[in-house]
Each structure stands twice: as structure tokens, then as C-alpha cells.
Design a protein around this ligand. Structure first.
Ligand SMILES: [Zn+2]
Length: 174
């Protein structure tokens, strides 16, 4: 195994992301075996979430296919291996919120959580089963929102500046 992969395995052991992946596998009854490049492969993962054929936690790749299925898709395995490296760079579990933020950004820009997601692009879009999608122009929607916000602010300020109406004495005369 390459030195860089040994360092990755050690980093993900120390930052507890691999332990988290193994715990998730144990809790979900997913069978885990040793895979290439210091990875663990969990097969026949059954819970509904996440909505992915395969995903990675630390050095543990969990997939829905049976034993040996992931090894038959070397591109996808390489993609998931890329995510294992990203866990090491993110010092472990901080990967998850960072990934979530990038997925939200991609969803906003393209309507797809992967296409403009830094982590998916870095691991290889195509190998992960994602497509490069055109970005959606959100400018008009943002401008419209800001205009509405400014309208409501002005409206509220104007309402606050108006002095309260003087009490009327009309109708009190005998
Ligand atoms: Zn991916």
C-alpha cells in the first residue's frame, strides 16, 4: 500500500471517522470486509438513507450491492476512495457539515446536490454517477426577494414615523 494511503488510514483512525463508519455498519447490520487501499467495504447496506448506491464514512465504504459488487465498479470505488481522502483532509467528521453545505450550494446552483458540489467534483463526478449540469440563473429571484425586503423595511419605517392619531372627541358632545 502506498505511503499516502497508510497515512490516510492512520488519519481516519485517529479522527474517529473510520470508527464511526464501522459503528454505523454494526448498527445497521451491514457486513464489513477489508477492501483495497486500506478501505473497509460494507455490503448489502439496507437503510433508506442516504439516497445513494454507495457512500463513505472515514475509510469505510458502505454500498447497497452484495459482497464483491463494489469491486466490480472500479470507477465508483475510486470515487468513494476519494471521499475517504477528503475525510482525512477535513480532520474527520467535519467533512459531513462541509459536504452538506456544498450539496446545498450545488442544489441551489443546478437543482442537483452533486453537480457543483466541491467534494463530488474533487472525487470525480462521472465516476460517482453524477452529471455536469448547467447552472440556473438565480439572479432574478434574488433581486425580487431583495426588492420585497426593502419594500417591507421602508413600509415598516414609514409606519413607525407616523405619530399616533390624536384621540378624537367627536361623538362625545351631548
Ligand atoms: Zn460521491
Amino acid at each position: 500500500m502506498k505511503t499516502s494511503l497508510k497515512i490516510r488510514a492512520a488519519a481516519n483512525a485517529l479522527n474517529l471517522s473510520t470508527a464511526t463508519g464501522l459503528l454505523l455498519a454494526a448498527l445497521t447490520g451491514t457486513r464489513v470486509a477489508r477492501g483495497p487501499d486500506g478501505l473497509f467495504i460494507g455490503s448489502s447496506y439496507t437503510p433508506r438513507l442516504p439516497l445513494a448506491g454507495a457512500f463513505t464514512v472515514g475509510n469505510v465504504v458502505l454500498c447497497r450491492g452484495g459482497p464483491g459488487a463494489l469491486e466490480q465498479h472500479p470507477g465508483l470505488l475510486a470515487h468513494e476512495s476519494g471521499h475517504a481522502s477528503q475525510y482525512a483532509w477535513c480532520l474527520g467528521l467535519p467533512f459531513l457539515p462541509l459536504y452538506g453545505a456544498c450539496a446545498a450550494w450545488s442544489l441551489w446552483r443546478t437543482g442537483d446536490p452533486g453537480s457543483r458540489n466541491f467534494f463530488e467534483r474533487n472525487a470525480g463526478l462521472e465516476r460517482g454517477g453524477y452529471r455536469e449540469l448547467p447552472t440556473v440563473d438565480r439572479g432574478p429571484a434574488v433581486r425580487n426577494f431583495l426588492q420585497r425586503l426593502s419594500f417591507f423595511r421602508q413600509h415598516r419605517t414609514a409606519a413607525a414615523d407616523t405619530p399616533p392619531a390624536a384621540p378624537t372627541t367627536e361623538g362625545n358632545h351631548p
